[in-house]
Design a protein around this ligand. Structure first.
Ligand SMILES: *Cc1c(COP(=O)(O)O)cnc(C)c1O
Length: 377
């Protein structure tokens, strides 16, 4: 069976872990964490990157930093992973779900303004498949209404919008290094803090609400509880692994892009024949080949294609039960508009295998997919 995902190892992870072992610094914020912070800042252009134990944790940090009051609202897409909404719900905020664009499957910026109420405090965008949202329009709306912009850039490492890295554009950006993402360490993430004035605040929230970071820099002579926070930092073993991956991030992204480009060229005739829609990458976006997806005509077609791929030993998957129609989403949030694109994409979207090393088996995958797609005619 050709798996949907296979984690890529650069070959230097174990050597880094051995070094961390020799360093005898196993808790967080040791030399490898500092190296990752510097690498991420250089790679993204953000003034501050802080490793976390997941992207979920980074989103929770961003939500804590926003200091919501119960009933405050956060506008976000419904077509996303649960963490996007959970982070804010845990702070007492209400997710307000807005439909996505049919081309990029990102939050439809043309629908955002109609969802703003006096309780709206933030917009949380999700850069789906590592392709940027329309950040100019979204940041403009946010500025006019005094809203915070949080970027769920879980899928977006090394993707850019008009030259700016995803996660570095809004007030906060959350990256994921989960095993299923491009750059990995098992479970891991980072918060990008793009306003230098908020960096110390973020350090406090990440270090259990204490000024421990200032203490270690010698800026205060004792450390103490400053405000609500939690423990969001990963240990050094995780950072050591991640550091090896960050060293290779550009090269591994190029390898993913080659596979993505092969899929995209293969899918073009199927799109012309009306069997599917291919991903759209707007001209002002540079993407990272996080995902190759096809949008099939509906649930029935998708179910048959997945099964036809499975009997040919190819594991293709779908994702995202829309949050607005999930049990928790209905209870804890609300939606604005008819959510028609979200509902139809949730039924029709199919994710093809995409991992480094798939190159050899890609001809077989494409043959299997050609055969499977004949079922759509
Ligand atoms: C993967 C993902 C997350 C969660 O990342 P973790 O590191 O597993 O917490 C959040 N949002 C989106 C859009 C994701 O794809």
């Amino acid at each position: 069976m050709i798996p949907f995902n296979q984690p890529y190892m650069t070959g230097r992870e174990l050597e880094n872990i051995r070094q961390a072992h020799l360093n005898r610094h196993l808790s967080g914020d040791g030399p490898f964490t500092r190296r990752c912070h510097a690498d991420l800042q250089r790679m993204t252009g953000s003034p501050c990157a802080l490793l976390t134990h997941s992207c979920t944790a980074a989103l929770e940090m961003a939500a804590l930093m926003c200091d919501f009051a119960p009933g405050d609202e956060v506008i976000m897409p419904s077509y996303t992973f649960v963490s996007t909404a959970n982070a804010f719900v845990l702070r007492g905020a209400t997710p307000v779900f807005v439909d996505i664009r049919a081309d990029t499957l990102n939050l439809d910026e043309r629908l955002v303004e109609a969802a703003i109420t006096p309780r709206t405090r933030a917009i949380c965008v999700v850069h789906y498949a590592g392709v940027a949202c329309a950040m100019d329009a979204i940041c403009d709306i946010a500025a006019r209404h005094g809203l915070v912009v949080v970027e769920d850039a879980a899928q977006g490492i090394l993707s850019r919008h008009r030259g700016r890295h995803l996660g570095s554009i809004g007030s906060y950006g959350a990256l994921s290094f989960h095993e299923t993402k491009n750059v990995i360490c098992g479970e891991g993430g980072a918060l990008l803090v793009n306003d230098p004035a908020q960096v110390e605040h973020a350090e406090v929230v990440r270090e259990k609400g204490t000024n421990r970071s200032r203490y270690f820099r010698g800026q205060v002579d004792k450390y103490t509880w400053i405000e609500p926070g939690s423990s969001y930092l990963p240990g050094e073993i995780t950072a050591a692994f991640l550091s090896a991956q960050l060293d290779d991030a550009e090269a591994l992204t190029r390898r993913r892009l080659a596979i993505w480009d092969t899929y995209h060229a293969w899918a073009a005739p199927h799109e012309r024949a009306g069997r599917l829609r291919r991903p759209t990458v707007p001209d002002d976006c540079t993407h990272n080949a996080h995902m190759y997806y096809l949008v099939l005509p509906g649930l029935n077609a998708r179910t048959r294609v997945i099964e036809a791929l499975r009997v040919r030993d190819v594991n293709a998957v779908f994702h995202y039960v829309p949050l607005h129609s999930s049990p928790a989403g209905r209870r804890l949030g609300r939606h604005v508009g008819d959510m028609a694109v979200t509902d139809s994409v949730a039924d029709g979207l199919l994710r093809m295998p995409l991992w480094i090393g798939l190159e050899d088996q890609l001809p077989h995958v494409l043959e299997a997919a050609d055969a499977a797609l004949r079922l759509v005619d």
